[in-house]
Design a protein around this ligand. Structure first.
Ligand SMILES: CC(=O)SCCNC(=O)CCNC(=O)[C@H](O)C(C)(C)COP(=O)(O)OP(=O)(O)OC[C@H]1O[C@@H](n2cnc3c(N)ncnc32)[C@H](O)[C@@H]1OP(=O)(O)O
Ligand SMILES: O=C([O-])CC(=O)C(=O)O
Length: 386
């Protein structure tokens, strides 16, 4: 270990950003200056997406035009549908969405817009158009992959529906109660952006080589899949199912703590005393429990309260957004392995905005390493090696 190295880049300021601000001291998060909880409760995910890319909230007519643009970009190709139908049904949905986005990139004649592969160079408008296209099409990929795993045909998008309503329609063939759609929409707002988290930083690193936007986002998907990052929302639900009932929750948590196990959905690199997004998502998880009204839903709610209290009391480690989001998605009817692809559908806004910001003032991201391997030595011909 070297004193000069910042392991995991912890505490390192790697660049400027005007997209979001995380303030750990006050557990607050703003997108372009707006508190995330205000955006989530009072606005829609479409408005947040517009804000993240354009820097300002849309007026009524701007939002109308944005919605029209998003709807006009819906519709993945027949070839991609055909490819999805060939996927191994037991593959993880994150592997499926990573493959589908990559497939869409090789089909898209505009894929290299704004990249070093074209002589035109940086093209902000072109990159924005590509971003909206991915935002419009990724939900259809996720829904088609879900239905393929279930042995069902894909459902075409419905342009009369909002981005969130349309996703439910493409998954289940119907739009649930407005309260359920709102809870989902809130989760999308909360997941959209979080400064230099691992997947966004990955996307920026790829963007900094002036590679293309699809490559940057495919890389982001790879980084998000891990349970230390986006994959934790799935792990939380597996944990709740493993514990099984509220009566066992405290003892389970105490056992996990004494065995020094990492408990999924808790802790954060930046927040040390609570994740700014958790109170809002917890309120909406509770609303999902009320809407569902089942004993199972109440059981997950009670368990999550006990786990939260026990962990905070024993270790002073607080839940992160994945903790309430996982069970909320479960109550919406999504299968567990689909939770991280839902995160992708939202975070595509943050990833693309960051790649555009990176390219606006680009400097290749290339840190140094402290070498701790063998000292230089003489080459030994193969016949002389022991
Ligand atoms: C949307 C998101 O991506 S949010 C993050 C989602 N990830 C998770 O929920 C996975 C579980 N959490 C973790 O693994 C970590 O908290 C991370 C990876 C998120 C942050 O990690 P780091 O900033 O590197 O903190 P680090 O892992 O060094 O933890 C610091 C201390 O807190 C403990 N700690 C942190 N998180 C946890 C946890 N979830 N369970 C148990 N102990 C924990 C560590 O064991 C360590 O203790 P020690 O100093 O006694 O060794
Ligand atoms: O910021 C992080 O390290 C992880 C996180 O919460 C996110 O990406 O939303």
């Amino acid at each position: 270990m070297s004193d000069e190295v910042k392991y995991g880049l912890a505490g390192v300021l790697a660049d400027d950003t005007a997209i979001s601000k995380v303030v750990p001291e006050t557990n607050s998060l703003t997108y372009r200056g707006y508190a995330v909880q205000d955006l989530a409760v009072n606005g829609s995910f479409e408005e947040t997406a517009y804000l993240i890319w354009n820097g300002e909230l849309p007026t009524t007519s701007q939002l109308e035009a944005f919605r029209k643009k998003e709807r006009s970009e819906r519709g993945i190709s027949k070839d991609l549908h055909e490819t999805i139908r060939r996927y191994n049904k037991s593959a993880h949905p994150m592997d499926m969405i990573r493959t589908s986005l990559s497939f869409a990139g090789q089909e898209d004649k505009d894929a290299n817009t704004g990249s070093g592969m074209t002589s035109a160079g940086f093209d902000k408008e072109g990159l924005y158009d590509l971003s909206v296209r991915m935002f419009a099409q990724i939900p259809e990929m996720v829904a088609a992959e879900f239905r393929h795993r279930e042995g069902k045909d894909a459902i075409a998008p419905d342009d009369s529906l909002s981005w969130s309503e349309n996703f439910f329609h493409m998954c289940f063939g119907e739009v649930p109660a407005p309260e359920v759609v709102k809870c989902f929409d809130v989760s999308m707002v909360l997941y959209a952006e979080h400064s230099f988290n691992a997947s966004t930083f990955t996307a920026r690193v790829i963007g900094s080589t002036t590679s293309d936007l699809y490559s940057a986002c495919v890389g982001g998907i790879g980084a998000l899949k891990g349970p230390l990052h986006g994959g934790a929302n799935e792990a939380v639900m597996h944990m709740l199912k493993e514990i099984g009932e509220p009566g066992k929750a405290k003892q389970w948590m105490q056992g996990a703590i004494s065995e020094k196990r990492k408990i999924m959905g808790f802790g954060h690199r930046v927040y040390r005393s609570g994740d700014s997004r958790v109170p809002t998502m917890t309120d909406y998880f509770q609303k999902m429990v009320e809407v569902t009204g089942t004993d199972e839903a109440k059981k997950y709610w009670e368990m999550s309260r006990i786990l939260d209290d026990t962990m905070v009391e024993a270790k002073g480690i607080y839940p992160n957004l994945d903790f309430p989001a996982g069970p909320a998605y479960y109550l919406m009817g999504f299968p567990i392995p689909m939770f991280t692809p839902l995160f992708v559908m939202s975070r595509i806004t943050g990833w693309t905005a960051h790649v555009i910001e990176q390219l606006e003032n680009n400097k290749l991201i290339r840190p140094l390493s402290a070498y701790n391997g063998e000292a230089q030595r003489k080459f030994v011909p193969i016949g002389e090696r022991s």
